[in-house]
Design a protein. Structure first.
Lengths: 330, 330
């Protein structure tokens, strides 16, 4: 008989979260999360995953034997078929071809699958969130970076080498800002939370005043280690802070231009926008939506539905658990 | 028994061509073409199609009764299911919901199907050209405009409203040049033959010298009606004309940036580049290929195959005939 639970893990740029999920109802029975930063080794990275999985099982009061499998989504390039983490620029520069699925299976004795972090979120939203009943959509998540996934005919479109969906690396300003990937003018360099942080710090450095200096005590605008969180951006917009509002409107326009290009090229029925800063800052979502419709070709632009992701922090863990359960029960 | 022939029609921005095609072998048995320009009415547009179809049948010495069907591809928005031409900005601004398939069926007494012009070319290349044996590719044609089609699992990806593939309307320079569609900074405004013509005329107007003034006698750089053909561009590059070479290199870089964005987002196995100016000017193809690989993310960029279309002027008519035959024999 199929088991009721599966474990989902979402390994992102700022935190890793695991949850024991009732996969028939899309409900989280118990969760555990910790902050992440860059790790030195694959061992360290696996230790973090074991820690959150153990924590989630304990919090859910569910035995691992009652779980159909473990699904992991990670911000990196993965080989889904072999369960390998090929590499991840944001989490560890030294990890190459880490056999994550095998290591998880060995430790927990249940099947394990590995995916990209946006792909699991897209599956979560498709099954229980803003993508319910829709089998043709783009999922775009704005965070430390910008990631995406394409769903066609109800399936993630993997791409020829499993790397489809990288909307953050769309050229939006030829010869523009240098992107984390090394190329120029990519959307991610204009509209990720990292990019917004850089713009705001730049404005502070040249002497403009902003409520940000009150909201983040002792903030050093010359430091490269500052990360302005979504909750802070929300407070600043609410307080009508000019610097932050300008920054959000600029980023939202770029997101809209990037989405409009993809509306023209892929012509999806729906776009689901997610990520902490979209969740928190309505102005960003609204600006992005406006420019998407405004810039897309009339027919495709008028019919596309644009929605916020609905599962918040849980899109990824629910999607990862669903994939694990589907795979185990196939 | 299935008939050996079908009729394909390719209605583009500068010419309309019809061919009687041996659809099992992808061979043109007879063809007929005429120049096009803007038409006033749907009737005028249909008359042109009747003229080339009649001409192709006569040249092929094939009776319409030996043809399985007629397939038409046109540079415009089509409703493939109902065989309607919804609209076409470049051919006629007055045509709305023209029932082309029905009108063709009525006249010739055989089944007729309607598609977008790049979609038929993609099918032609897939069956008999640079896409043979590949079921996951992008087809991009550079001409008066820039059009594209996405083939996944051997099928054209139509998009939710049948409008997928519009790579010409990708924002490549936010806030940049005004595009024919009215929006700003689109690839088509930087890299179509129309865009190259504008750039070259601009250079002439500000006094730079170019072999173009020798190659096109009496050219008026202040006119909006000049169209510099691919053959002329080829001659100018061969003569090492600086203005034209610069223009081609600039356009080729923009094409590469646009393709790299789509390599990152859709991760195709292959890209097929076609159109008169790609056929004629090797430098354009080479520059586009260089920048596509250079700008794409490493994994997806290294594995994508980049090829020239192989059927030249015939991609479209062969593809249209193949679709007509497949539909009639289904």
């Amino acid at each position: 008989m199929a088991k009721n639970y599966a474990i989902g893990v979402d390994f992102g740029g700022t935190k890793v979260i695991a949850a024991v999920v009732d996969t028939a109802r899309g409900k989280v029975k118990g969760e555990f999360k910790i902050a992440t930063s860059a790790f030195d080794s694959g061992d360290a990275l696996m230790e973090r995953i074991f820690e959150v999985v153990d924590g989630a099982l304990a919090n859910a009061k569910v035995s691992v034997d009652d779980c159909a499998g473990i699904g992991v989504g990670i911000a990196g390039q993965v080989d889904a078929e072999r369960g390998l983490l090929i590499g991840t620029a944001n989490l560890s520069r030294s990890v190459v071809d880490l056999p994550m699925a095998d290591l998880l299976k060995k430790r927990y004795g249940i099947p394990a699958v590995l995916r990209n972090d946006v792909q699991i979120a897209a599956v979560g939203e498709n099954r229980f969130g803003a993508g319910k009943g829709c089998d043709d959509f783009l999922c775009v998540f704005i965070g430390t970076g910008i990631g995406g996934a394409i769903v066609k005919n109800g399936e993630i479109l993997p791409g020829a080498s499993g790397n489809a969906g990288e909307i953050g690396h769309t050229t939006i300003e030829a010869h523009g800002r240098v992107c984390g990937c090394g190329a120029r003018g990519h959307l991610e360099a204009y509209a990720s939370r990292t990019a917004m942080t850089k713009v705001i710090l730049g404005e502070l450095r040249r002497g403009r005043t902003s409520i940000i200096t009150d909201l983040i005590e002792g903030i050093d605008p010359t430091s490269n280690d500052v990360s302005i969180k979504s909750g802070i951006l929300k407070k600043a917009v609410k307080a009508k802070d000019v610097v932050v509002t300008e920054t959000i409107v600029e980023a939202g326009k770029y997101i809209g231009l990037g989405l409009a290009s993809m509306v023209n090229f892929v012509n999806p029925q729906r776009i689901i926008l997610g990520g902490g800063v979209i969740d928190s800052v309505d102005l960003l979502f609204e600006t992005a939506e406006y420019w998407t419709r405004h810039e897309a070709l009339p027919h495709a632009g008028a019919m596309v539905e644009i929605r916020k992701a609905e599962l918040g922090d849980y899109s990824g863990v629910i999607g990862a658990a669903v994939i694990a359960a589907d795979t185990a029960n196939a």
